[in-house]
Design a protein around this ligand. Sequence first.
Ligand code: NZQ
Ligand code: ZN
Length: 393
Amino acid sequence: MENFTFYSPTYFVFGKGTENEAGQYVKKYGGHKVLIHYGGGSVKRSGLLDRVKASLDAAGIAHVELGGVQPNPKSTLVYEGIELARKENVDFLLPIGGGSVIDSAKAIAFGALYDGDFWDFYCGKQGTVTKALPVGAITTLAASGSESSTDSVVTYVAEDGKQYKRCADGDILRPVFAIMNPELLFTLPPYQTASGITDIISHCLERYFTKTPEVEITDRMLEAVMLTMLKEGKRVMDEPDNYAARANIMWAATVAMNGITGVGRAADWGTHHMENELSTSYGCSHGAGLAILTPAWMTYAMNIDVMRFAQFATRVCGCQMNFAHPEVTAKEGIEFMRSFFKSIGMPGSISEIGGKDEDLAGLAENMFHGAPNHGNFVKLTPQIAEEIYRLAL
Ligand code: NZQ
Ligand code: ZN
């Protein structure tokens, strides 16, 4: 196991009705004037926004709001949010939504305190974020784990129309609290539920395929999360109002991404970086892009360490070990995952979301724009990325 530091300060408030406690938690963490941030309207339709505002009012917390965050959040609204936060002297960010809303709020939270362009922290001009207003997250989608992660993923819309989806990070970006009510997930469309399930599994796989030897504790934790997702993922697609299934998935999303399953081992993240280009170019959800790329990446990567892929296949996918030909077991594991993603309604190829062979070189080139290093288990180059995209076509 490699040396590591791990700091995970988020206070979790999990269960039914917990959104009604938002006001008291903002107060506890020092907020006086809150910027409520949300997406395209689901929080209005469900009545959640009104409940949260009532809770803030009851606690005597002033608030302003900014809605309209799009999935795969854009820099344009972040700039607007930074201006609003400064103008209104906001001292606390309260995103209500999925990963896109939380990530946009994180960007506003540090952008409001930074003299330069907030994008500096995404494009590599600046390193780790060290100064930000506190963020308290109210999660409505189990997927990104942003409610306790160090990351913020935002898409920059350049003047020439090109888009770059990149990540900024820092311990300071971990929300101070996360309010998580599994009942809030009941209204999710099946496509978003399935995208979330896929994203959670991918956060495990990005860590599971490592070159770091002898990391049994985190191997086993990752397997536990993935086994839970295979079981509860199927169940929730059939029974969207099943509280137990939603609760298990919601906590799995957090455990998969807050870092505890990744300590002391090198993670890959190549599939995620390749995915950024699919959601940016074709407008698919992050999870859908991952469902398309994961079997392709695994097919490319399996020969690097066949025994690790065979271990995954036997421990997670329930395949029988073929000791004479472990590569057969490894391939069975990959096919198992491909059919699992299909069974929950995820697309299986780039063509299905509108991509063409002639796009692939451009996708591979764009992901390296200002970001030269991708992948660890598989060190990606533009050529290798293009090859993997082609395997997913
Ligand atoms: O905008 P509204 O109307 O709220 O609708 C949203 C949106 O259209 C809808 N939705 C959310 N909760 C709902 C709901 N609809 C009905 N009922 C509810 N309870 O779902 C749609 C998708 O929302 P979004 O926030 O985009 O989804 P997700 O949570 O999957 O977040 C995806 C983003 O997170 C990033 C991704 O790259 C992507 O940009 N990630 C962030 C990470 C992090 N910060 O640590 C890690 C992840 O790897 C991921 O990359
Ligand atoms: Zn992800």
